[in-house]
Design a protein around this ligand. Structure first.
Ligand code: THU
Length: 149
């Protein structure tokens, strides 16, 4: 299910704050679009990331993948439970929430399959926040491990 909120549900307020804080660590000299992400893990710990751009634009990496891949590389024993995403541009947090790009959706999908879990995707915007309960809401007809059998 995908739900929009005008105020952030209290359960995820701290995680959203961490994603917002992480926009400060973005390296985005080309787009000036600063994205932060925070991943809540099954033990309550949080892994964070920010987009990291490159002069070879295609080698830039989104905040979501930085956070998720750091999390599972360092803690393969922990399941990701939720990911919060925030973006800062033109001197303020974006009013509209941003949703993960196609590559990040594919990576989140792999994680749901790998850990046999659902990952809530909390997309922050200063005027409204959106929560998807699972990547299946954002990426139907996924290509995954079963497709290779
Ligand atoms: N970006 C993210 O980090 N996450 C998203 O969900 C969308 C886009 C980054 C990629 C690039 O560094 C900048 O935002 C502009 O596209």
């Amino acid at each position: 299910m995908i739900t929009e909120y005008t105020t952030i549900p209290t359960d995820f307020a701290t995680l959203v704050d961490k994603a917002k804080e992480m926009t400060r660590n973005s390296y985005a000299p080309y787009s000036n679009f600063r994205v932060g992400a925070a991943v809540l893990m099954s033990d309550g710990s949080v892994a964070t990331g920010a987009n990291q751009e490159n002069a070879a634009y295609g080698d830039s990496i989104c905040a979501e993948r930085v956070a998720l891949l750091f999390a599972t590389a360092n803690h393969p024993e922990l399941k990701p439970v939720a990911i919060a995403i925030a973006a800062y541009s033109n001197g303020k947090f974006t009013e509209d929430y941003i949703s993960p790009c196609g590559s990040c959706r594919q990576v989140i999908s792999e994680m749901e399959n790998r850990f046999d879990c659902s990952i809530k995707i909390i997309m922050y915007g200063s005027s409204k926040t959106c929560i998807a309960d699972t990547i299946k809401d954002l990426l139907p007809l996924t290509f995954g491990e079963n497709s290779l059998k």
